[in-house]
Design a protein around this ligand. Structure first.
Ligand SMILES: [Zn+2]
Ligand SMILES: [Zn+2]
Length: 312
């Protein structure tokens, strides 16, 4: 009998951990790079920074590819674990027909066959655009793993797109923030919960905003819209709901959020309402700005400024 059959969920979590680790590397590098910008380092120093960051960026890109393979395996496992076994009966482990054999002793599918197997047996096929994207990612990963190609480099924005695109294909559209929040909840930094739940959630919410701001600032405007619905030319304000959550951090200082992008944005498609790209809160827009804070976002039922509770 076959024993130690892997679980679909184990592979899914392993994939999430890998892709999130790549994101952690990326955001850490972007955050450190901001220090150079703050001290107004010369252009050459800023460029050199990315040369030194190359090994970490390429390693993170390889992790994304690895994660994609795990997502595909999780999807195949959800149909049947036996589909992952690649060997002919004559190549089965010794005495497999007379004793229990662990799944790990069988040869499993090569990365190049995962998509074909999935699309053959699944009712939800991954399309031609995924196939092409996956092929390019595999090519890049093979170069990273098997040769030292000095010409191979990946820009931080390209790594961000690889992570977000891969996640969109395999998990779903606009699901990154949710996935990132659950990863941070099981990360070494945040997994051990200290303090109240509100305080714990506040630090995670702050981390989400910090990372999102760093990545959005490195993405092209079209990608920021595609992956986060963040439109840099849309009228934006700081979200009061998110800000209220931050305030539960110990010794919270509003300076912490100075560099964050403003996530409450005007949405023409929502009949001129505003929506936060992180927490999803929806607010109405006043025709006149608040005389106290200058903001336009108001509570849709009370018509009061969200910051000052003044009626507009
Ligand atoms: Zn918000
Ligand atoms: Zn106000």
């Amino acid at each position: 009998m076959l024993i130690d059959i892997p679980d679909e969920n184990d592979f899914y979590i392993a994939a999430e951990n890998l892709i999130n680790s790549a994101w952690s590397s990326l955001t850490k590098l972007l955050e450190d790079h901001v220090v150079f910008e703050d001290i107004e380092a010369e252009e050459t120093a800023k460029d050199k920074y990315w040369i030194y960051a190359k090994p970490e960026l390429t390693a993170a890109a390889a992790m994304v590819q690895h994660a994609v393979e795990f997502y595909l395996k999780a999807k195949i496992l959800s149909i049947s674990p036996y589909l992952l076994i690649a060997s002919e009966p004559r190549a089965f482990p010794r005495k497999s027909d007379s004793k229990d054999v662990s799944f790990t002793e069988f040869r499993t599918l090569d990365a190049q066959d995962l998509l074909k197997v999935l699309n053959t047996f699944s009712s939800e096929r991954l399309g031609e655009d995924f196939k092409q994207w996956f092929g390019n990612m595999r090519l890049m990963r093979n170069k990273i793993m098997h040769t030292v190609d000095n010409n191979l480099s990946i820009k931080p924005s390209e790594l961000a797109v690889a992570i977000l695109q891969g996640h969109e294909y395999l998990v779903g559209k606009n699901s990154w923030i949710k996935s990132r929040t659950s990863f941070l909840n099981r990360s070494p930094e945040h997994g051990v919960k200290i303090g109240s739940t509100k305080e714990h959630d506040a630090y995670i919410h702050l981390a989400i905003h910090r990372e999102l701001s760093l990545v959005i600032n490195s993405l092209s405007p079209l990608y920021a819209i595609k992956f986060f619905k963040y439109d840099e030319i849309s009228y934006s304000e700081t979200c009061t709901t998110c800000y209220e959550i931050f305030s539960h951090c110990d010794f919270f200082d509003c300076k912490w959020t100075d560099s964050f992008v403003q996530t409450l944005q005007r949405r023409a498609e929502l009949h001129e309402e505003m929506e936060c790209i992180v927490c999803g809160v929806v607010a109405a827009i006043s025709k006149v700005g608040c005389q106290e804070c200058g903001n336009f976002s108001i509570n849709s039922s009370t018509r009061e400024c969200l910051w000052c509770a003044i009626n507009l």
